[in-house]
Design a protein. Structure first.
Length: 157
């Protein structure tokens, strides 16, 4: 018997309209394919650290900025969980800290994801930094959602 192609979806969330559309798409896919879904938000501490080292931020500013991003990240993850709940899909959430691309790869590996779902036309619009590393090192398929009608489809489901 052939195993299902999709058992676990990981959706990368960053608070942009594109990532919300990706989350909606992943929720619809999870509902239709009866698979698990996890939303991950990464606090980009690697960039904050670089900004602190180059004296663009003083240490206290970097820490405060990271805390603000973490609060926003938790809010975005809660929103995605609510979107899932509205469609009868349980969305596991996780907030991580580090370089976005490497944390997404590690989250996908840890979760044993079959598919990463991200918002945007390609890796550059979805992740901006480290896209070549993401593409070169990811061990599962990646789907970039950029259909402007995802929200309408989501409301119909």
């Amino acid at each position: 018997m052939i195993q299902p192609l999709l058992k676990r979806l990981l959706v990368a969330v960053n608070g942009t309209e594109h990532s919300v559309q990706a989350a909606m798409y992943a929720i619809m896919l999870a509902k239709q394919q009866h698979c698990a879904i996890k939303a991950v938000y990464v606090v980009d501490t690697a960039t904050i650290r670089a900004l602190t080292l180059t004296k663009i931020f003083v240490r206290e500013e970097g820490s405060e900025y990271a805390e603000n991003i973490e609060v926003n990240g938790r809010r975005h993850l809660a929103h995605v969980a609510e979107l899932g709940k509205s469609k009868g899909v349980t969305v596991e959430t996780e907030l991580r800290r580090g370089a976005v691309f490497s944390e997404i790869i590690m989250a996908a590996d840890d979760y044993k994801a079959d598919l990463i779902v991200a918002g945007g036309r390609d890796a550059r619009t979805a992740f901006s930094h480290g896209t070549d590393d993401l593409i070169d090192n990811v061990r599962c398929n990646v789907l970039f959602v950029h259909d402007p009608h995802v929200e309408k489809l989501f409301k119909l489901l």
